[in-house]
Design a protein around this ligand. Sequence first.
Ligand SMILES: Cc1cc2nc3c(=O)[nH]c(=O)nc-3n(C[C@H](O)[C@H](O)[C@H](O)COP(=O)(O)O)c2cc1C
Length: 367
Amino acid sequence: MKKMDEAVTFRRGLTLKNRIVMAPMTTKMSFYDGVVTQDELNYYSLRTGEVGAIITAAANVQEVGKGWEGELSAASDEMIPSLSRLASAIKRNGTKAILQIFHGGRMTNSKILRGEQPVAPSAIAAEREGAETPRELMEAEIPLLIEDYRQATVRAIKAGFDGVELHGANTYLIQQFFSPHSNRRSDQWGGSVEKRAHFIELLVDRVTGAVDEYAEKGFIVGYRFSPEEYEEPGIKMADTMYLVDLLANKPLDYLHISLNDYQRVSVSKAFQEKSMLAYVHEKIAGRVPLIGVGDVRTGKQAEEVLEEAELVAVGRALLIDPHWTKKVLSGKEDTIRTVLPFEDRDELLIQNGVWGFLQGMMPERLV
Ligand SMILES: Cc1cc2nc3c(=O)[nH]c(=O)nc-3n(C[C@H](O)[C@H](O)[C@H](O)COP(=O)(O)O)c2cc1C
C-alpha cells in the first residue's frame, strides 16, 4: 500500500516529499485587484512546510473571470511580483507551490465584474438563486481565452511556482464547456461529448505545450474536475469516464477529483458499486497519478484515500489545524484540533468570507 509519507515523482520530474497536499482553498484575502496581501502570505506560511505541496486558492486568468471579492489574480504581467511573493511564502522546508488557475464563467456577477456581464459558453444562467444570464462567448473569443490560461501559466513559471493546476471543477468556466447544461453551442465547441471536451483538450495541449517550451524541468501541470452535476441536462459519470480517459492520455502530471466526501457514490445507477473515486482510479489505470479528496480528518481516512489514489488532498482539516500533517505523520493524532472556536479565527487567519463558507459546509465544527 502507498504510504502517506512516501515521496512521489511526477512525469515532469518534480518530487513531493510526501503524498499529502493542501487542497486549493479560496482565502478571500487578496486586495481588490488580486494582489496577494500580507495576511494571505501569513495564512500560507502558517500551513506550509509539512505537506508535500500546497495548491493555492483559485487565481483568475482574465479580469472577466473574477469569481468573488478577495480573489487572487494571474491575469496580467503586473501580477508577477505578487505571485512571486506567494510562491516564496509556500516554498519552505521542501513544500512545493502549485498555482490554481481559474475563470468563473457564468458563476460570477456584474457586481463583482464592476458592471460587466459575465461570459460563458452559452447564454444560460446557472440554476441557483440570483444567477445572472451570461453573454455567450463569440467563437473568435475562445482561442483568446485559452491563450489567457497559457499566459497565466507562463506567469506562474516566471514567479517561481512549481506547477499550475487547471481548475476544471466546481461549476466554473472549464467545466461549463464540458457541461451540457451550460454549453448549448452548435459550433465546434459544443454538441456531442467529444465537442464539449474540445475546449479542454485544446486548453491542456496549449498549457502543457507552454510548460514544455518555457519551464525548466520539474514544473508540473495538473487538472481538477468534478465528476457529476445534478442539473438536467448535466455532467454524469459516463461523461466523466470519457473525460478522464481523454485526460489520462494527455501529458499531464496529475488529475485531481473534486469531492466533499471521498466515499461519495454516484447518482448514476450504472456506477453505484463503489465510490466515484474508485471508478475514476480504475479508469485511469496507472496512466497518471490521481489526487483524492473529501472530508479527510484522520490518518486512517487519508490512507483509505490512498487505496484509490496516489495522493490525498486535505482542505478543511488544515484550516482548523495548520499542523495536521505533522501530527498525523508523527502519530500524534490525539492532539489534532477538530473544532474551530470563533475567537481562534484571527490566530488561524480565517477571514469573514471563508468563515461564512465553512458555516454552510461544517457548522458542527464551528463553536
Ligand atoms: C474555504 C474553502 C475554499 C475553497 N476554495 C476552492 C478553490 O479555490 N478551488 C477549488 O478547486 N476548490 C476549493 N474548495 C474545495 C476544496 O479544495 C476541497 O475539495 C473541499 O473542501 C473538500 O476537501 P476537505 O473536506 O478536505 O475540505 C474550497 C473549500 C473550502 C472549504
